[in-house]
Ligand binder design. Structure first.
Ligand SMILES: [Zn+2]
Length: 249
């Protein structure tokens, strides 16, 4: 038996493990620097992926306004082209618009050229609707390869991940999602977390990447429950831009 075979296999397994970590783990920095946290335990950055979605986004905008909450929307370029008026309304209400690619592919398997095309086309869709460019980007499914963050940086985009992703992309009873969001309130009340210098970036979904009009009623209901409670607990709702640039008030 060749003794190098098991060593080679374990090395290959270790490398595969490292690549999987860098590609999938939300706070891994192996494939380039990403923003994962806010700079204060009192700042909560609520983010929404996969919109704009005519079935949910307008209702969500009303709910956020009711609680004076600003958020960040990582939008899919092809949906922006179908619903530019929703994007304009989102921006008009002082939320931050960010890039989530044009067609929502898994970028892990794509070349630098194809990744650039996906990001650029989404930039163009946002630019056509708003007359301004996005500065922030989140990879679909959070998947990265060695070219994703680098390509985004070349296009002037900073890459954003998250600290909490409660799994709202499938229909579910609102109570389940309400339960999955409990760690945010628990952390605010924890002296250890309050002594830390960072806060949460929460990844929710107002759309579905397979088609427009995905049902995200549970996301809406869970936020109806938590927004006033988070506010009462002393959290400030910030955009990704504010998450790292302004002091908590
Ligand atoms: Zn997505």
């Amino acid at each position: 038996m060749n003794p190098l075979v098991p060593i080679g296999s374990s090395l290959a397994a270790a490398c595969a493990g490292l690549i999987a970590y860098g590609a999938v783990y939300p706070r891994a920095q192996l494939f380039g620097r990403t923003l994962c946290r806010t700079d204060s335990p009192r700042k909560l950055a609520i983010t929404f992926d996969d919109g704009p979605n005519p079935a949910i986004t307008p209702k969500l905008l009303d709910l956020l306004e009711k609680h004076n909450a600003r958020a960040t929307f990582f939008v899919v370029g092809r949906y922006v082209r179908e619903c530019p008026e929703i994007l304009r309304e989102t921006a008009a209400r002082r939320h931050l618009i960010a890039n989530h690619t044009h067609t929502h592919p898994n970028l892990f398997w794509m070349s630098a050229v194809s990744i650039q095309a996906e990001l650029q086309q989404c930039q163009e869709a946002i630019g056509a609707a708003l007359n301004s460019n996005a500065k922030w980007f989140r990879p679909p499914f959070g998947f990265r390869n060695p070219w994703v963050v680098k390509t985004a940086t070349e296009l002037g985009l900073k890459t954003v991940m998250w600290t909490l992703i409660p799994g709202d992309w499938t229909p579910q009873p609102p109570e389940k999602l309400i339960g999955n969001l409990r760690p945010i309130a628990d952390r605010v009340q924890s002296p250890v977390a309050n002594a830390s210098a960072t806060g949460d970036v929460l990844c929710l979904h107002d759309g579905g990447h397979r088609a427009l009009n995905a049902d995200r009623t549970h996301t809406l209901k869970a936020l109806e429950h938590w927004l006033p409670r988070w506010r009462d607990a002393g959290l400030e709702f910030v955009t990704i831009e504010q998450a790292v640039s302004t002091p908590a008030t």
